[in-house]
Design a protein around this ligand. Sequence first.
Ligand code: ADP
Ligand code: MG
Length: 240
Amino acid sequence: MLKISRLRAGLPHRMILDGIDLAIAPGEVHVVMGPNGSGKSTLAHVMMGKSDYLVHEGSISLDGNELISLPTWQRAQAGLFLAMQDPIEVPGVTTAAAIAAALLSRGVAASDLPVLLEEERIKVGLGKEFLDRSLNVDLSGGERKRNETVQLAVIKPKYAILDEIDSGLDVDALSLISRRIEHATQEWNLGVLAITHYKRLLNELKVDGVHVMVKGRIVESGGPELAAALDRSGYSEYLD
Ligand code: ADP
Ligand code: MG
């Protein structure tokens, strides 16, 4: 179980997350939607331990182990994965090398890594050349999202936070990527926290809970019908 309790966090001079509670069981998909600037990416970064942010209160635990005091790499080893909204460029490190290092640090001997990489890049329609190019350098938005999905599929974390994995994707890529993630929830019981603005992500990804975040709080939770309603009428009813 990935469990967030009473989480209050933000910048040294500004609270951004103002009491978040969320629980994700293995194999479940939970979606967070909300207006720009409501704190969705901050939640993703705080969960992964980005050092810009301070946690003032609350807990983030994975299978009962508290993550808050751990550095990012130990959270990753514990089974947490973040697909960033804007994946960073890492000149000089290829995608294949980054994935190999991630597996090695988890003690996974991936002798079949080239085969796995080949299978997974084909599933999301990523060209072969990208595996040997520097991570995210000069990739288009859509290529970066496919690339993140390949990393996710090969590393096989317990839980994945997907920060707008659907932004910048054409409909065909969206379909491939959401199908791959849906399959992962069955294949190894991946738990997912997906941040999105669009219900179209949920066409092929079966959702267990939809949560509306406004000004650093979850103001409503529901099922897929909530995503459809938000997609239709926006957030105005929550904003004043
Ligand atoms: P969302 O992803 O929901 O659009 P963010 O979590 O990115 O929102 O941002 C929430 C608010 O906190 C925004 O007003 C943003 O400008 C601010 N913020 C987040 N991180 C930082 C940071 N490192 N420095 C300054 N402001 C930040
Ligand atoms: Mg964001």
